[in-house]
Design a protein. Structure first.
Length: 492
C-alpha cells in the first residue's frame, strides 16, 4: 500500500512524494512545530525520519539473518545487524588502532577515523576534519558566496534565510500571534519568548554580579554593560544637543520635542502626535467609552494593551517592566516612563520660576500646579476643612472620610480603599515575598522605597525629614517623625 505523507493539521501535501524537507518547513512556518504524524501508527516524529520509520516499522520483514532468527525490513537493516555483532559473529582488529570491529565495516572505520584525521584551521585554530575544513572556512570566516538583500546591507549564506528576512523585515509579514495579547511575529520562537517573558514572568538569565534576573540574553548583556561596566553607548538626537542612555528614552524625547505638527482635540486643549491618539483620547475622556472589559473584575479600558497591562499587574501580580539602569521594576509603562524622566534623564534644564529647582519639561508644569498653586484656586473639604485642588476633592473625600468602598484582606483584618494596597499587603505580609535587597548589607524588603530609606538612614546617616512642630529635630523617615510628634508634642 502506497502511503502519502502530508500535514496532519491541514490538507497540505508536498509537491514531491519524498519532499520531507518541504513538509518540515510547512509545519514550522504555519503550525509552529517540527514534528509530523505517521499516517499508519499516529506516532509523532521528525519529517526527515518518516521514510526510515516506515521502512523499519511498517514494511514486511523479508531479510533474514543466516546465523540467528533476526529479520529486517531492508538490506541495510540486515547489514547494520551484522555490523553490530549481535548474532555471535567474530570481530577483527583494526590494523591501525587494534579496535575490534565487524569485518564488513572495517574499511568504513578506517576511512572515517584514520583517513579523516583532524586539521587545524589557519584562521581560528579550531580542529576540524580535513573534509570539513573548506566548509568551516566558508561559513565561519566569510569566504563563501553570500546572498545579499536588495533592500538593506543584510547578507547570509542561505537563500532560505534571506527569504525569511525579506518577509519579516521589509514586507512586515506576521504568521504567528500571541494567544493572550495582540503581539505578532513572523517567527514562532519570538512569540514563544514573548509569552514566557511578558505573560509568565520567566527570568532565565541571572547576572553573576548582583543576582538580578532577566527575561532575555540581550537584556542581561545591556544590564552588565551599563550597570557593572559603566559603559553607556549614548544616543544623540539628530535635531538638538540632547543625549540619552537608552534608545527608548531618545524615542520619547523625539516624540515630545521634535514631532512635526500635532493634532489638537476639538473638545479640549490637548494635542497629540497622530489622529489615532486623538480618537482614543476622545473615546476615553469625552465619550467615556471603554469597550475592553476585564473578565475577572469590573475594570474596563479603551484598548487591549491597557487591559493586558491591568491583567498582568492586578490578577497575575507581574512586574515585568525593568529599568535598565537600576533595580526599579513596575507593572505599568506610565510608571516606568515617569521613573526614567525623574531618575535617569539628563535633560533637567527647566527651572521652576518660584523655587528655582530643576525639573524635566514634562514634570515642571505638574510641580508648579502641585506646590505653588495660588490660594484662590484651592477649595475646602466640607468634612475636615482641608484645602486642596478641586480635582483632588472627590478622591480625598472617598479615601479619607470613609465614603469609598473598602477592599479587605482575606487572611487578616487589614482593609484599604485601594485594591493595589491590599495586593501588596498580601504579598509582603502573608506570602513573605521579597523584591529588593540592599547592596551593602543583608537587609531585604518588598518595597523599593524601604530600601532607599534604609540606605539613607543606616549607611549614609541622612536625616531628611524635620519635625513639623519646629523643635529642630530631624529623622530619616516620616514614620519616625510621626512617632516623635505623637510621643513628645502631644504629651506637652
Amino acid at each position: 500500500m502506497k502511503v502519502t505523507y502530508g500535514c496532519h493539521f491541514c490538507p497540505f501535501v508536498p509537491s514531491h512524494p519524498r519532499g520531507m524537507a518541504e513538509l518540515g518547513r510547512h509545519l514550522k512556518d504555519e503550525h509552529g512545530t517540527d514534528e509530523a504524524q505517521c499516517p499508519l501508527c499516529k506516532k509523532m516524529i521528525k519529517p526527515k525520519c518518516l521514510w526510515g520509520h516506515e521502512a523499519h516499522v511498517h514494511k514486511p520483514k523479508t531479510w533474514k539473518c543466516d546465523t540467528c532468527n533476526f529479520k529486517g525490513t531492508t538490506e541495510s537493516h540486515l547489514k547494520a545487524h551484522k555490523a553490530a555483532l549481535k548474532c555471535g559473529g567474530q570481530p577483527v582488529n583494526c590494523p591501525l588502532c587494534d579496535k575490534p570491529v565487524a569485518e564488513m565495516v572495517l574499511q568504513v572505520h578506517i576511512n572515517r577515523v584514520h583517513i579523516g584525521a583532524t586539521v587545524s584551521c589557519r584562521v581560528c585554530g579550531k580542529k576540524v576534519k580535513a573534509s570539513s575544513l573548506k566548509g568551516h572556512t566558508d561559513r565561519q570566516h566569510g569566504q563563501a558566496l553570500r546572498v545579499k538583500c536588495g533592500q538593506c546591507d543584510y547578507s547570509t549564506l542561505h537563500a532560505s534565510t534571506l527569504r525569511d528576512h525579506v518577509r519579516s523585515i521589509h514586507e512586515k509579514r506576521t504568521k504567528h500571534q500571541c494567544e493572550v495579547c495582540s503581539y505578532k511575529s513572523f517567527y514562532w520562537p519570538s512569540v514563544k519568548k514573548h509569552m514566557e517573558v511578558v505573560h509568565l514572568g520567566m527570568r532565565k538569565y541571572l547576572c553573576s554580579v548582583c543576582d538580578k534576573k532577566f527575561g532575555t540574553a540581550s537584556d542581561l548583556q545591556r544590564h552588565e554593560k551599563q550597570v557593572h561596566e559603566g559603559s553607556y553607548s549614548e544616543v544623540k538626537c539628530p535635531s538638538c544637543d540632547y543625549t540619552a542612555k537608552v534608545r527608548s528614552e531618545m524615542n520619547r524625547h523625539k516624540r515630545m520635542a521634535h514631532d512635526a505638527e500635532k493634532i489638537s482635540c476639538e473638545l479640549c486643549d490637548y494635542s497629540f502626535a497622530g489622529q489615532n491618539q486623538v480618537n482614543l483620547h476622545v473615546k476615553a475622556v469625552h465619550l467615556k467609552q471603554r469597550p475592553q472589559r476585564c473578565s475577572m473584575c469590573e475594570f474596563s479600558a479603551t484598548h487591549k494593551e491597557r487591559l493586558l497591562e491591568h491583567f498582568n499587574a492586578v490578577h497575575m501580580g507581574l512586574k515585568d517592566k525593568q529599568c535598565p539602569l537600576c533595580p526599579y521594576v513596575s507593572s505599568y509603562n506610565a510608571n516606568m516612563s515617569r521613573h526614567m524622566d525623574q531618575k535617569h534623564s539628563e535633560s533637567r534644564t527647566a527651572k521652576c520660576p518660584v523655587c528655582d529647582k530643576s525639573y524635566t519639561k514634562g514634570s515642571l508644569s505638574g510641580h508648579i500646579k502641585k506646590m505653588h498653586r495660588l490660594k484662590g484656586d484651592l477649595v475646602n473639604c466640607d468634612v475636615c476643612n482641608k484645602q486642596m485642588r478641586p480635582t483632588s476633592l472627590k478622591g480625598h473625600t472617598e479615601t479619607v472620610h470613609g465614603l469609598a468602598k473598602e477592599t479587605r484582606c482575606s487572611q487578616c483584618n487589614y482593609a484599604s480603599v485601594y485594591p493595589s494596597s491590599v495586593r501588596d499587603h498580601i504579598q509582603s505580609v502573608h506570602e513573605k515575598k521579597i523584591n529588593f535587597k540592599c547592596d551593602l548589607c543583608p537587609y531585604k524588603s518588598f518595597y523599593m522605597n524601604r530600601i532607599s530609606e534604609h540606605i539613607d538612614a543606616v549607611h549614609l546617616c541622612v536625616k531628611r525629614h524635620a519635625c513639623r512642630h519646629a523643635c529642630g529635630k530631624k529623622f530619616a523617615t516620616m514614620a519616625r517623625v510621626r512617632t516623635h510628634e505623637k510621643m513628645v508634642h502631644q504629651q506637652k
